[in-house]
Design a protein around this ligand. Structure first.
Ligand code: ADP
Ligand code: MG
Length: 251
């Protein structure tokens, strides 16, 4: 369980995130949704301690994130940020290998190499493993970054808009990979999603943010309601019954 209590970030006099109180259950996928500027990335980076909180506490299980040693934290939580995906003369395999850093300190063991191969295969990157990142499409690169984060083998995985740059087929595929990571590998995945319909289809829980606050938390059935989504996204939304569950329509 990830527990946020009174978590706040004050960027300026007029931009503040929180105070946020929320509990993210262990296991499965929790989707963080909401309009641009709602505070999703801020919340995610504070949970993973990539951004300091001004007040409140973040706990992962019993561990207080603010006081944890970096090495201990890196073994229980990994984060894929929304931006700053550096593109360099690094191969896919080398990038994924960075995920092992908290364990290997840079010297990869045979066991690390096996684990790297496992996640390269898991994301279908085997044919691309020797390619440099600047020789990949945006979507292929995105998959390589997700493989790196999963390769860290942390119980908790935070992903900020990992479907960016992916076409529909690869978005579906990515969500199936993440679903499998949650189910088969027992991970707790918190994922910022742009598309509420992907959240409804693949997430176990949906957490909706707006204006720096969490305004709703529940299952897809609980969140996929006309009034709630219209309010969250500031535009008329109508929920219809799709072939695989509720679908939001908005234009
Ligand atoms: P989201 O990910 O939901 O789009 P963000 O967490 O990125 O939202 O941003 C929330 C709010 O905080 C926005 O109004 C944004 O402009 C502001 N913000 C984000 N980062 C900074 C920063 N480093 N300095 C000042 N304001 C920021
Ligand atoms: Mg964001």
């Amino acid at each position: 369980m990830i527990t946020l209590e009174g978590v706040q970030k004050q960027y300026s006099d007029d931009v503040a995130i929180g105070p946020v109180n929320v509990q993210i259950p262990t296991g499965g996928i929790t989707a963080l949704v909401g309009p641009n500027g709602a505070g999703k990335s801020t919340l995610l980076t504070m949970i993973g301690r990539l951004l300091a909180i001004d007040s409140g506490t973040v706990k992962i299980g019993q561990m207080d994130v603010s006081n944890a040693k970096s090495k201990d934290l890196a073994k229980i939580i990994s984060t894929l940020r929304q931006e700053n995906h550096f593109v360099t003369r690094l191969t896919v395999r080398q990038l994924v290998g960075f995920g092992r850093f908290p364990y290997s300190g840079g010297r990869l063991t045979a066991e690390d190499e096996e684990i790297i191969s496992k996640y390269i295969d898991f994301l279908g990157l085997r044919p691309l493993e020797g390619r440099f990142l600047d020789q990949l499409s945006g979507g292929q690169r995105q998959r390589a970054y997700v493989a790196m984060v999963l390769c860290q083998e942390t119980e908790h995985v935070l992903l900020d808009e990992p479907l960016n740059n992916l076409d529909i087929a690869h978005s579906v595929e990515m969500m199936q990979h993440l679903h499998n990571a949650a189910r088969e590998l027992g991970r707790t995945i918190v994922i910022v999603l742009h598309d509420i319909n992907f959240a409804a289809r693949y997430a176990d829980y949906i957490c909706a943010a707006k204006d720096g606050q969490i305004v709703a938390f529940g299952t897809a059935e609980e969140i996929m309601r006309d009034d709630l989504l219209t309010e969250i996204f500031n535009t008329p939304v109508k929920v219809i019954e799709g072939p695989n569950g509720p679908l939001a329509t908005y234009h």
